[in-house]
Ligand binder design. Structure first.
Ligand SMILES: Nc1ncnc2c1ncn2[C@@H]1O[C@H](COP(=O)(O)OP(=O)(O)OP(=O)(O)O)[C@@H](O)[C@H]1O
Length: 232
């Protein structure tokens, strides 16, 4: 397995107020797969994603990516790990408002020693004609395309997506999911996609479902649906 999580435990608080939010998470994700991480609100999806992203600590357990352990790395090691391996896409885009589409994507390219061509990526993203616009001139879907561009331009091994369609309408959500699928295919990027939307399980190679911080389901899809054919 490319990404391996072993016996991860995570809690917040001490003594009486201690709450366990992840309990003995053990699973793996194959390189190049789309893994859809499902579960109700509060089930631990974002915490798990943030642990994989090296921005949240664990109480115990291990996380290996390509054979390298990330738990226990110091701040420098973690930032090297994030820079080398990860792209992050959030529900709230987290772009820089005063920059253009192209400039926002270039910010991601600076973080890599092997970035994709920004011109080529602008075409793939369907943003070529919008490349010189500032963010306030863009729709939500175009902003999310830009944030996917910023995450993908450094050619990450793993794309972590936290509710990437949470703020978007139905039609735009489907377009964004298709774009994530295109990125997965074109660049063999491993995708971990956190969502409330159960319908997205059909576009996954692997489905992980959490409840109360425990894995309730870890299955593979024999035949997955193209994102363009999803309905909900
Ligand atoms: N900093 C924190 N301190 C204390 N508890 C926290 C903290 N961050 C998260 N939690 C708790 O951890 C649990 C899991 O949170 P998490 O954000 O991972 O859920 P989620 O499945 O992503 O939910 P949602 O779908 O609503 O985003 C929740 O009960 C939450 O209240």
């Amino acid at each position: 397995m490319y990404l391996e999580m072993n016996h991860i435990f995570k809690s917040f608080g001490d003594g009486e107020s201690r709450t366990e939010v992840l309990h003995d998470i053990t699973c793996g994700v194959e390189a190049g797969d789309i893994c859809v991480l499902l579960g109700p609100s509060g089930s631990g999806k974002s915490i798990l994603l943030n642990i994989l992203g090296g921005i949240e600590t664990v109480d115990s357990g291990s996380v290996c990516i390509g054979g390298d352990e990330i738990i226990g790395l110091d701040e420098n090691g973690l930032s090297r790990y994030r820079r080398r391996h990860l792209g992050y896409v959030f529900q709230a885009y987290n772009l820089i408002p005063n920059l253009t589409v192209r400039e926002n994507i270039e910010v991601g390219a600076y973080l890599s020693d092997r970035p994709l061509s920004v011109d080529e990526l602008l075409q793939v993203l369907g943003l070529w004609e919008h490349r010189n616009k500032k963010l306030n001139q863009l729709s939500g879907g175009q902003q999310q395309r830009t944030s996917i561009g910023r995450a993908v331009v450094k050619k990450p091994d793993v794309l972590l997506c936290d509710e990437p369609t949470g703020a978007l309408d139905y039609k735009t959500s489907r377009e964004i999911l298709k774009l994530i699928e295109d990125v997965n295919k074109m660049y063999a990027t491993t995708v971990i996609l956190v969502t409330h939307n159960d319908a997205l399980r059909r576009m996954a190679d692997q489905v992980l479902r959490l409840r109360d911080g425990r894995i309730m389901e870890n299955t593979r899809n024999a035949a997955k649906l193209r994102a363009a054919d999803l309905e909900w």
